[in-house]
Design a protein around this ligand. Structure first.
Ligand code: CTP
Length: 402
């Protein structure tokens, strides 16, 4: 099931670190997800980013103190906020806040609030590398992990202080992605899922190839959704311009033959295979090693068939759940049903190609789910993320009923 932040009460805690500015973008990203966001800052955080910035962007008063502010009684605000919070992110989390939380110290608004929170909390440690690697910080983080806090590992690189190593606050997009992941129920935990995605490219010569406009968005949406739901995901992807998904083993291929080999290499250790890739059906018989020159007025390109990876999988699937996609410009249902039967699939996603809001490169999709018992489910237009989660819901049902 897709986790949404729509209407959720999220509290961002900001500690005093050079990375505090990234929390401004994080706040904007959370607002874009239609969350109600409130901010609690430590006194030191105010030295890096002023509360007014957070107030203007959240449309809510920022809490900086346990005591009366502007004539307002703040003494119980932290308790109210703690009770109404659906989830909390502390970004950046300093070594000081980590130590206070591990010891149960409540001596300012944020640390007091944190002791009263019962909702999930994600800590985003960010500090100098030597501080991060200090025994005490390591010990405190271990304690907090055991206590049930979600801890986002810092990025490594050159830090503001000039030291190179772990300690940098990850980019806001990554914080949001991991925040969603830690809020998502792990209903696919223990499942090994193989997803193929993107196009393949079949070389004609060193500067030309046969391919298709697949962006890899649908396959990556499935891989990301499965990872968030706790699955062990391997993604075999043709060339795409998308950023690599987090926490997923990604194998990059170019050609159908390379995809074929990679799929069979991983086949043994998978429970569920989802073939969203747009595989080229043919490849040039004789790819040239040098650029073909335009000396002839007409030329013929001789092609040979690529292996149908999905069909081969269907013949050997054993107890695995096998899911295919059918990219169709017409007769969607008829063609998808034919492929479902011919390739011995459990489910096929009929995917309408043509309209701007569906298929290749779109962020949304129009699909039908066809099951081997003849059932057909027609979905309305929705985001590829939403399609991915619904598909995984259905696959989960199939694993339970099979
Ligand atoms: N597929 C595959 N290997 C191929 C071709 C397709 O594994 N050589 C898989 C795709 O990943 C997809 C499904 O088969 O899951 C259907 O692909 P599609 O391109 O829609 O259909 P084809 O089987 O190639 O048939 P056609 O091109 O004639 O429509």
């Amino acid at each position: 099931m897709k986790t949404t932040l729509n209407g959720k009460n999220i509290v961002i805690g900001v500690c005093g670190g050079i990375a505090a500015y990234k929390s401004v973008t994080l706040l904007r990203l959370l607002k874009k997800q239609d969350a109600h966001v409130r901010v609690i800052m430590t006194l030191n955080a105010g030295a890096f980013v002023g509360p007014l910035t957070f107030e203007a962007l959240s449309g809510m008063k920022v809490c900086t103190s346990l005591f009366a502010e502007n004539g307002e009684d703040a003494s119980i605000k932290h308790i109210e906020w703690a009770q109404s919070a659906d989830a909390v992110i502390i970004a950046p989390t300093t070594a000081n806040m980590i130590a206070k939380l591990a010891a149960g110290i409540a001596d300012d608004a944020l640390s007091t609030f944190l002791l009263a929170v019962t909702a999930p909390v994600m800590l985003c440690p960010s500090m100098n590398t030597h501080m991060f690697e200090h025994q005490t910080v390591k010990r405190n983080l271990k304690t907090l992990k055991q206590d049930g806090y979600h801890i986002l590992a810092p990025d490594a690189g050159e830090l503001a202080c000039g030291v190179t190593g772990p300690g940098r606050l990850p980019e806001p997009e990554i914080i949001l992605d991991r925040f969603l992941a830690c809020l998502t129920p792990k209903d696919l935990s223990g499942r090994k899922i193989l997803v193929t995605s993107g196009p393949t490219q079949e070389a004609i010569d060193p500067v030309r190839f046969i391919s298709n406009p697949s962006s890899g968005k649908m396959g990556q949406a499935i891989a990301r959704a499965a990872e968030m739901r706790g699955a062990d995901v391997t993604l075999i992807s043709g060339p795409t311009s998308l950023t690599e998904p987090l926490n997923i083993k990604m194998i990059k291929v170019n050609t159908a033959l390379e995809m074929h080999q990679a799929v069979w290499h991983h086949f043994e250790h998978t429970d569920i295979i989802i073939k969203a890739a747009a595989v080229s059906d043919y490849r040039p018989v004789n790819p040239k090693h040098r650029k073909i020159k335009k000396v002839q007025d007409e030329t013929v390109l001789e092609l040979q068939k690529n292996p149908d990876i999905l069909k081969e999988l269907g013949k050997n699937k054993g107890g695995r759940i096998l899911v295919g996609f059918a990219a169709e410009t017409e007769d969607l249902q008829k063609n998808a049903a034919m492929k479902l039967a011919q390739k011995n699939l459990d489910l096929i996603v009929g995917n309408l190609i043509g309209p701007d809001d569906s298929g290749f490169n779109a962020d949304t999709n129009r699909v039908q789910f066809l099951y081997k018992d003849g059932t057909i489910e027609t979905l309305h237009k929705m985001s590829k993320d939403a399609v991915a989660h619904l598909l995984l819901d259905r696959i989960l049902q199939l694993t339970i009923s099979s």
